[in-house]
Design a protein around this ligand. Structure first.
Ligand SMILES: Cc1ncc(COP(=O)(O)O)c(C=O)c1O
Length: 426
């Protein structure tokens, strides 16, 4: 099956995100095969909250991990649309407000990961007010096994979780209170770990840390949510890595710390980019070609408002976007060796709007040439600065094999705040 990107770009214009549900299903099958049997896999909605993508993951039998009331509302709608039934939802993430927790309880969410004793107390208060019982996992900040991952969340001071050596806080957090009971532990150590062995080592380390906490506090977990960190190529060609040794390593670790089979906690995993990253392609056209002071630029209609998100603020590196069929130059100086790299830049009025500083096209570029950036199904449009300069938001179509099953464009509309101003004056 090949997707006709030219036809899609012709019909919906560029920049255009194309999400392929068949690729989502392949990623789900691969990861499920690599996880221990009996484990639960959750989709981290933050990677791509598009309702058709979320609905596909729900149809595949995954639960959903959400971290804001906005994500939650979208997840609930997608899950109802997909199955008519509510899929298991876990609410995670720091800084949950009364509104976040309250709306989650009202929508039927009963499992939360709490980041502190104060958050557990907030959950208990809000659950009690509603006359419902909630369950929670206590998120841990455990020591790092190695330095893997592109963004680490544990092993140093972070806003995430309770330190595994803070036994006083852990005992308090793991004490059941009225309307809220602890049923296990949660940890999420890093995102996008490319090396499968390093990832396995970290996840085994997470099980060991959880076991130490259980020993110190007497807690008997039903669930160990060990997070994820499963990698995916981003905005460049590449394939998903597999994890052939992971299941055996984790089964052995659980059996070591909980020798009696009846007492073993169920393992839960969260994955975002690994499940949807390879399902996305960004189509963008060359708007202008320039040569200046021995450097060539291809100005695209997609910039850091379309892909690359917060890199537009200069705080993070932009993805080094490599369109399908292109390659990064390894030669120095490239032009002398017969390679003619270009800088891929977007249309924003900032020198930070760079999608790759130096990458080689396989053919002569022209104004209007269509580029297809692969593997940008996760942290693409939704992680971008949509409103920057008020460019129209890229359209999104969803294909299932050769069939187009959904097409839409988000519209950023101004909210009229004038009536709220004193005397109506601006
Ligand atoms: C708690 C938590 N779970 C899941 C994820 C999803 O990560 P990824 O998309 O890399 O799988 C993140 C990402 O930051 C996270 O913080």
């Amino acid at each position: 099956v090949s997707i006709d990107y030219d036809a899609l770009a012709e019909r919906w214009g560029t920049p255009l995100y194309v999400y392929d549900l068949a690729a989502v299903r392949r990623a789900v099958d691969g990861l499920r095969d690599d996880l221990p049997s009996g484990a639960t896999l959750l989709y981290s909605v933050k990677a791509n909250p598009h309702p058709s993508v979320v609905a596909e993951l729900v149809r595949s039998g995954l639960g959903l991990e959400v971290s804001s009331s906005g994500e939650l509302a979208g997840a609930v709608a997608a899950s109802d649309q997909a199955t008519g039934l509510r899929t298991p939802l876990v609410f995670t993430g720091p800084g949950k407000t009364d509104l976040d927790i309250g709306s989650a309880l009202d929508l039927g969410v009963r499992l939360f990961s709490v980041e502190s004793v104060a958050e557990r107390d907030r959950l208990a208060r809000l659950a009690q007010q509603r006359g419902v019982d909630a369950e929670y996992l206590v998120r841990l900040n455990h020591p790092a096994s190695n330095g893997a991952g592109s963004l680490r969340m544990t092993g140093r001071s972070t806003p995430f979780g309770v330190d595994t050596d803070d036994t006083v806080a852990l005992r308090d957090a793991l004490r059941p209170v009225r309307a809220a009971s602890p049923i296990g532990l949660h940890t999420y150590f890093a995102t996008n770990v490319a090396d499968a062995d390093l990832l396995a080592e970290e996840l085994v380390g997470a099980v060991a840390s959880a076991a130490t906490v259980c020993e110190a506090t007497g807690h008997q977990p039903k669930i160990l949510d060990v997070g994820g960190g499963f990698g995916a190529p981003m905005a460049r060609p590449g394939a998903l890595s597999r994890h052939p040794r992971l299941a055996a390593a984790l089964d052995a670790a659980v059996a070591q710390y909980w020798p009696e089979t009846g007492t073993r906690p169920r393992l839960v995993f969260e994955a975002g980019r690994h499940l949807v990253g390879t399902a996305g392609t960004l189509l963008t056209r060359v708007v202008d070609l320039k040569a200046t002071r021995a450097r060539r630029f291809a100005v695209l209609d997609a910039g850091v408002h379309t892909v690359g998100g917060m890199s537009g603020l200069g705080r993070l590196h932009a993805p080094r976007t490599v369109p399908r069929g292109w390659h990064e130059t390894t030669r120095e100086p490239a032009a002398v060796m017969g390679e003619y790299p270009v800088a891929l830049v977007g249309p924003l009025c900032t020198p930070l709007d760079v999608l790759h500083p130096e990458v080689c096209p396989p053919y002569e570029l022209e104004v209007g040439t269509l580029l297809a950036v692969p593997n940008i199904g996760a942290y693409g449009l939704s992680a971008s600065l949509l409103g920057f300069l008020g460019h129209p938001v890229a359209a999104e179509v969803v294909v299932d094999g050769e069939e187009v099953v959904d097409a839409r464009r988000l519209v950023l509309a101004a909210e009229d705040l004038r009536p709220a101003l004193d005397g109506g004056a601006l």
